[in-house]
Design a protein around this ligand. Structure first.
Ligand code: NAD
Length: 542
């Protein structure tokens, strides 16, 4: 007999089929990554696909078209997926690390075979331009390469013991279940950074993506699941649980989750950090940025200005590393600003899938509202708006773009450079660049460091003395401290993350893998005596 929930699903699917006709633009991309185009998309994977919770709509930010209706996890499915992920952990932890590396290598190969298709899906669903969408998948491929190598080098240490006939081993063992909660703006790469290292380290992973980019996570999970299946491993080694805030909260609270790797806003990260800490779980936080570029008078402006343009207006201002503040040394300020204005004037909104487009949409309607409020606030506090400052009207958005979330990248000069003013202190996740003028590097560093966030920063200069100050103890307090390189975009080799309210997390390169293991110090006695450390004696005869 057919169950009531199955019946409901059949009738929902029939309704969806009868009312929707997907554009060719969308259906071509979805079909290429194996996403169904004529029925609801299951959004829970733990070895089998399911989803009987609320229906989430994936909406194309460029056109407003509903791309798919996705079945999220019910509370029971969530619990069951967490249990299956724990069982899968007990299997994957017994697989030797270099063999786990071979699984990561196969995932890398499978992703590479679909790189352009997945990149197009990122552009379709998130809204970033095509080369950035493909670049995001490339980043997953790159970190997978790195994790394959690491799988033969995730070594512990042999420590010299002060006691004769003793050795101390520092042993990295797998940690358990790692939950990856990710933001909308990197719907593929952030998961990739975590999965590649976590899997090589011997953990099972459960992914809760942003509810507004479910299709990217379904497409990636299908690819990963295919590899796991081919290798006879349980699919729950890399589970997927799509859902909104309540699903996120339940995962964060779960005692069965050993580590929560959270990427998102400061506001949510603050709650996540507290909850995980209160149950003494491990937490890795990658939160918001309020990133500054400093241009000194000796900088190469033909490099500094286009790079700042990309940092501030690229990805429509929706990277955690987007340049939100620009500080220019007084003597060159008019020149820098007029060059920037010329570049901004060349921007035109377009379909991110069109390779000529540099300016895609904001991800959601709500984000357009956040942009408009921030511009209103700048105006009301006396800032001069040099360009932008409005959403695009229908006249500029012809054809299928008319339903899109397009805003004009904005340059503003706030009334004062007082960094403690509200205008400078907050991350507004939109293409708004605030510009201020400074006289010497010390002042510029104080402005750079004067905000709560500490993600990315960039100094443009040719004077090596400035570089020394900038990267030294009295320099930038950010996790990313660049010189003659913009704030936005990073390579997988170095540890990525920020300080202060950005959360202090480090992911991807560097020693980030060390967070995904359970370290044990094992003292082993090979001798016929059992001396205590520090010469302590616990015997009545001494
Ligand atoms: P968000 O904080 O709204 O959501 C992030 C994730 O948390 C989503 O999966 C969401 O569903 C989930 N979530 C929401 N409420 C929750 C709760 N109470 N408990 C548990 N999970 C919950 O962020 P967003 O709008 O998707 O992303 C934009 C933000 O992410 C920006 O602030 C940006 O700077 C930041 N970000 C940071 C980095 C970094 O590496 N530092 C990278 C990308 C994005």
């Amino acid at each position: 007999m057919i169950s009531r929930s199955a019946l409901a699903r059949v009738s929902r699917n029939a309704a969806a089929r009868s009312t929707r006709s997907l554009s060719t633009r969308a259906s071509t991309i979805l079909s290429a990554v194996d996403i169904p185009t004529n029925e609801e998309v299951p959004g829970v994977y733990d070895g089998t696909w399911g989803g009987t919770g609320d229906i989430l709509e994936s909406v194309c930010p460029t056109t407003g078209e509903v791309l798919a209706r996705v079945q999220s996890a019910s509370p029971q499915e969530l619990q069951s997926a967490l249990e299956k992920t724990r069982e899968a952990y007990e299997i994957i932890r017994a697989v030797p690390a270099p063999k786990r590396g071979q699984i990561v290598r196969q995932i890398r190969e499978a992703l590479a075979a679909k790189r352009d298709e997945l990149g197009a899906l990122v552009s379709l669903e998130m809204g970033k331009i095509r080369s950035e969408g493909v670049g995001e998948v490339q980043e997953f491929i790159d970190i997978a390469d790195s994790a394959v190598g690491l799988s033969r080098m995730m070594n512990g240490r042999l420590v010299a013991s002060e006691r004769p006939g003793h050795s101390i081993l520092e042993v990295p063992n797998p940690l358990g279940v790692v939950a990856v909660l990710s933001a909308f703006n990197f719907p593929v790469a952030v998961y990739g950074w975590n999965l590649a290292l976590s899997l090589a380290a011997g953990n099972a992973t459960v992914w809760k993506p942003s509810p507004s980019t479910p299709l990217c996570s379904v497409a990636v999970t299908k690819i990963v699941a295919g590899v796991l299946e081919k290798n006879g491993l349980p699919g729950a080694v890399a589970s997927l649980i799509i859902g909104g805030r309540s699903v996120g909260e339940a995962i964060v609270e779960s005692e069965g989750v050993d580590m929560v790797s959270f990427t998102g806003s400061e506001h949510v990260g603050r709650q996540v950090g507290k909850v995980v800490q209160s149950r003494f779980g491990k937490v890795l936080l990658e939160l918001g940025g309020n990133n500054a570029v400093i241009i000194m008078a000796d900088a190469d402006l033909h490099l500094a200005v286009p790079s700042t343009f990309f940092g501030a207006a690229g990805t429509a201002g929706q990277r955690c590393t987007t340049t939100r503040r620009l500080y220019v040394q007084r003597s060159i300020a008019p020149e820098v600003i007029s060059r920037l204005q010329r570049l901004y004037a060349s921007l035109k909104p377009g379909d991110p899938l069109d390779s000529a487009t540099l300016l895609g949409p904001m991800h959601t309607r709500a984000a357009v509202g956040i942009y408009s409020s921030a511009v209103d606030k700048l105006r009301s506090e006396g800032a001069e708006i040099l360009c932008g400052g409005a959403v695009y009207g229908q006249d500029a958005l012809m054809g299928h773009l008319a339903g899109g979330n397009f805003v004009k990248p904005t340059i503003a000069i706030p009334k004062s450079v007082d960094v403690k003013a509200d205008i400078w202190q907050k991350e507004t996740f939109a293409p708004i660049l605030s510009v201020g003028v400074f006289d010497d590097l010390e002042e510029a560093i104080a402005l750079n460091n004067g905000v709560p966030q500490g993600l990315s920063s960039s100094l443009w200069t040719r004077d090596v003395r400035n570089v020394g100050k900038w990267i030294g103890p009295a320099g930038s307090d950010c996790g990313i401290v660049n010189v003659n390189v913009g704030t936005s975009g990073a390579e997988v080799g170095a540890a990525f993350g920020g300080n202060k309210t950005t959360g202090w997390g480090r992911e991807c390169g560097g020693d980030a893998w060390k967070q995904y293991v359970r370290w044990s110090a094992a003292t082993i006695n090979f001798s016929d005596e059992a001396p205590l450390a520090q010469g302590v004696s616990f015997s009545s005869s001494s």
